[in-house]
Write a protein that binds this ligand. Sequence first.
Ligand code: ITT
Length: 188
Amino acid sequence: MKFVIATHNQGKIVEFRRMLEPMGIEVVMAELSEPEETGKTFGENAYIKAESACRETGLPAVADDSGLCVDYLDGAPGIYSARFAEPGKRRLTVLEKLHGVPEEQRGAHFVSAVCCVFPNGDRIDAEGKCFGAIAQESRGENGFGYDSIFVQDGRTFGEMSDQEKDARSHRGKAFEEFERKLKEYLEG
Ligand code: ITT
């Protein structure tokens, strides 16, 4: 079964492949437009991206809308995680905003909403969250985005292997739910 992946984020492309290929899905890349993310929730934005890619390619399309929600910042940057500050300055901006904030107030979580839209209009939605804290400084080279400042059990996602991150991450959990729902959908 071929699925087009509706993302322009290189870090996500790598993770989508890691998660979809073991399900027996052939991942297809396509030149896709970038629809405006006008949704008010992760789920709404994931649907906007998947629906647009499905319409443009005629293939089932999978998208993820995700972000980092920081307790001390009242849940920001949240759905604005990719637009929160200039590219290259986002991690630093979060660290600066939390400068001097004690450990117990540095809680944060990632959210990933996955949406798959089929050419007949059917859709599958799944969501995953993972809870942790914002590090005092950036650590580790693995992953992408905010991985090097998000800590779980003493290590940042940037310090974990791909397998360790996937076993705990918001996207790992969302794709686990997606896999279950896809099976039900295909059997139903
Ligand atoms: P697409 O819309 O093309 O998929 P995007 O980067 O714009 O790419 P989002 O709108 O979903 O995607 O923004 C999510 C941002 O949240 C992303 O750019 C990262 O900075 C951050 N993010 C999401 N998942 C992450 C993860 O697993 N590790 C680190 N940062 C993550």
